[in-house]
Design a protein around this ligand. Structure first.
Ligand code: PMT
Length: 403
């Protein structure tokens, strides 16, 4: 099993003798399924060449804020938003001080300022520099800002001294990195998630559907797994591979999805309806392909409402904590509030699908979360980051409800 499957890691390399180990780190992170992009400080390039890192990562290496070539491939703000994790390994004492000071005096510190994802550093320096009060205070400041400090390890150093300050072994960095994505927030819980579109048959060759790619629902399933839950993913047709460790139930129509959900929810603690379920389906699907009649240039398709799956779950006897999504194109707050109330949901997550940059099929989303007594706007994030945040909010809400 790959512990970093599909995770996007922005690896920052700073200028210390341990920089050569970052080449091995790229490979080990990739072995665990991560996509890796590399940013190097100018002093890092004195220790290892950008060419090596480019060849290993398979992506252009980003060196300079003002480098028009790499900026045209992926601009620095886009790069910060792309990442699920910014990992700086090795991190020198000077870089740690600049990060703690909130500086943006090179590409890497600027990216760290712009990043809204998880961050971690693996310090590497001489033992006396590591022990110095200034370095320790800088690291405490970073930890208080939720930046994880991986290591350092103890042992013989490049300078010949022995003590704490060596870069953690590459395998240990990879394990610690994978652990950053896991929590016990939903340990022991069964989470049922619907994802993707549904297809409502018109005849054997045609159907009604929508633009859902399944990305948001699959990302939530991954986040729930990482939070320690047992996950059942009921999915309409998508081009995605099911995440590792989920019980995957493929379906086609809204009716199939409802049946699969009814079978899966009796022992569920949490139900999350991310699927873009068709609200209407043809009254009856023709058994043979509809032919052009030649008599009229129009035909009428009679539609009937499908049953609302999330509302069915929310209004069932022993109901799980029930979360819905709302795809809106206008009046998001007003419509979302009404939808949450009407469907009797504990939480509703609304996104504006009129915006091409977010919602359907994009890799990012900007969502607003509604409870009966409050609203929370989340910033634009990758669908993976949105999902981790939603899982935290679901766990918090479950806690306050004492379930
Ligand atoms: O799949 P992606 O490309 O990543 O896109 C993600 C998304 C935009 C599909 C997702 O973020 C989203 O908004 N999902 C809900 C889409 C939707 O159908 O919204 P709605 O407002 O029509 O429905 C509200 C809620 O009722 C949803 O939880 C939906 O699953 C549920 N519903 C709707 C109709 C129905 N018959 N049964 C339902 O359960």
């Amino acid at each position: 099993m790959q512990t970093l499957n599909n995770k996007r890691i922005l690896l920052g390399v700073t200028g210390g003798i341990a920089a050569y180990k970052s080449a091995e780190l790229v490979r080990r992170l990739q072995d665990q399924g991560a996509q890796v992009r590399v940013v190097m400080t100018s002093s890092a390039t004195e220790f290892i060449t950008p060419m090596t890192m480019q060849a290993l990562s398979g992506n252009p290496v980003h060196l300079d804020l003002l480098d028009t070539e790499t900026e045209s491939v992926m601009g620095h703000i886009e790069l910060a938003r792309w990442a699920d994790l910014v990992l700086v390994a090795p991190a020198t004492a000077d870089f740690i001080a600049r990060l703690a000071g909130g500086r943006g005096d090179d590409l890497l510190t600027t990216l760290c300022l712009a990043a809204e994802c998880k961050m971690a550093i693996a310090p590497a320096m001489n033992q006396a520099m590591w022990a110095k009060a200034a370095t320790q205070q800088n690291c405490s400041a970073l930890q208080s800002r939720n930046i994880a400090i991986l290591g350092p390890a103890e042992g013989l150093q490049a300078c010949g001294e022995t003590g704490e300050g060596r870069l953690l072994e590459v395998d240990s960095i990879v394990t610690a990195t994978a652990n950053l994505f896991t929590s016990g927030l939903l340990a022991g819980k069964h989470v049922v998630i619907t994802a993707g579109p549904t297809r409502e048959a018109i005849d054997p060759v045609r159907y009604i559907t929508n633009h859902s790619s399944g990305k948001q629902g699959y990302a939530l399933a991954t986040a729930a797994i990482e939070a320690g839950a047992r996950v059942t993913l009921v999915s309409g047709p998508t081009n995605l591979s099911p995440p590792d460790r989920v019980t995957f139930i493929p379906v086609v129509s809204a009716h199939d999805m409802l049946q699969a959900v009814i079978d899966a929810v009796p022992d569920a603690d949490i139900f999350i309806g991310v699927a873009a379920v068709a609200d209407y389906r043809p009254v009856s699907a023709r058994t043979q392909k509809i032919k052009k009649s030649g008599e009229s240039s129009s035909i009428t398709l009679e539609l009937t409402e499908t049953q609302d799956i999330v509302a069915h779950v929310a209004n069932s006897g022993k109901r799980p904590f029930t979360v819905g999504f709302a795809a809106e194109t206008e009046n998001l707050v007003e419509y979302a509030k009404k939808k949450r109330e009407k469907k009797n949901l504990d939480m509703l997550i609304a996104n504006n699908v009129a915006d091409q940059e977010i919602g359907f099929n994009s890799d990012r989303n900007r969502t607003t979360v509604f409870w009966h007594d409050r609203i929370l706007e989340l910033p634009l994030m990758s669908k993976a980051a949105v999902s981790s945040r939603i899982i935290e909010l679901v766990a918090e809400s479950l806690g306050t409800q004492g379930r």
